[in-house]
Structures are given as C-alpha cells and as structure tokens.
Write a protein that binds this ligand. Structure first.
Ligand code: HEC
Length: 125
C-alpha cells in the first residue's frame, strides 16, 4: 500500500472510531453530545418516524394509544419512562406490526444513538 493510501486509511479508521465512541457515550446514559444526537435523529427519521410520529394514521402511535389508553403518551418522543435498553430490545425483536431491525439495517452504534435520542426525557425511577 502506498504511503498516501495508508494515511488515508488511518484517517478513515480514526473517524469511524471516534464516531462509535460518541454513540457509545450516548448509549451509556451520559449527557448526549450534539454529534450523537444528530446521528440518533437521522436514524429515527429514516426508520421510525413514519410509524411513531404524532397524529392519526401512524401505526406505532395508534397502537400505543390503544395499549396505554392515555396513561402514557402515545408518541415515543414524549415518553419519560422508556429506558434506552428497553428501546434497543424492541428494535431488535420487533412487536406486533413493528418489524425487528437487523444489524445490517441499524448497526449497534446507530441503535445506541437512536435509543439515546428517543430517551432524552427519560427519568430513572
Ligand atoms: C411499521 C411501523 C413501525 C416502525 C417502522 C417502527 N415501529 Fe415501533 N412500534 C410499532 C408498533 C405497531 C408498536 C406496538 C405498539 C403496541 O404494543 O401496541 C411499536 C412499539 C414500539 C416500542 C414499544 C413501546 C411500548 O411502550 O410498548 C418501541 C420502544 C418502539 N416501537 C420503537 C421504535 C423505534 C426506535 C423504531 C425505529 C428504529 C420503530 N419503533 C419503528 C410500529 C413501528
């Protein structure tokens, strides 16, 4: 490998490593950094928003409205009871009409970021 290709590769590896670190920090419940919030928002907008946004016609929101009958918010982003690890479990297993998401679709780092994004209002009991 040429020197130039080698240093390019090193740069790419460093960039990937710092990105994964940011997602990991967010997943561990520390104050989410702007960068990982942006990653979490991007994952949410790509894979979740069309079922979980507010209002009628959104299968996730409508289903959670029925499930909790108003005792908890039907919109995921309004929940303060959902822990990041609970979100992660639902994403990997799926529930009712929500499909399970594979690591080829949402990587572990992306999952940590989206869970941190969704649980910004989370309050530990
Ligand atoms: C095809 C529509 C659809 C998509 C896409 C979808 N969901 Fe869901 N989601 C649902 C439905 C339906 C439920 C089940 C609600 C129920 O149990 O009544 C659900 C439930 C959940 C729950 C459980 C909430 C609870 O209190 O039971 C979580 C957490 C969740 N979804 C997160 C996500 C995340 C994060 C994404 C994106 C990665 C996502 N969902 C994508 C439809 C969807």
């Amino acid at each position: 490998m040429s020197r130039r290709a080698q240093s390019k590769r090193a740069l790419r590896v460093a960039a990937a490593a710092s990105w994964i670190c940011a997602a990991f920090v967010a997943g561990s419940g520390a104050a989410a950094e702007p960068a990982s919030v942006a990653v979490g928002a991007a994952v949410y907008n790509r894979w979740c928003v069309h079922c979980h946004s507010p209002g009628r016609g959104n299968p996730g929101t409508e289903s959670l409205q029925v499930k909790y009958a108003g005792k908890l918010p039907a919109v995921l982003l309004d929940r303060s009871d959902l822990a990041p690890e609970v979100v992660a479990r639902f994403v990997r297993t799926g529930v009712l009409s929500m499909p399970p998401f594979r690591k080829t679709e949402i990587t572990d780092a992306e999952l940590a970021a989206v869970a941190a994004y969704i649980t910004q209002k989370y309050q530990k009991p």
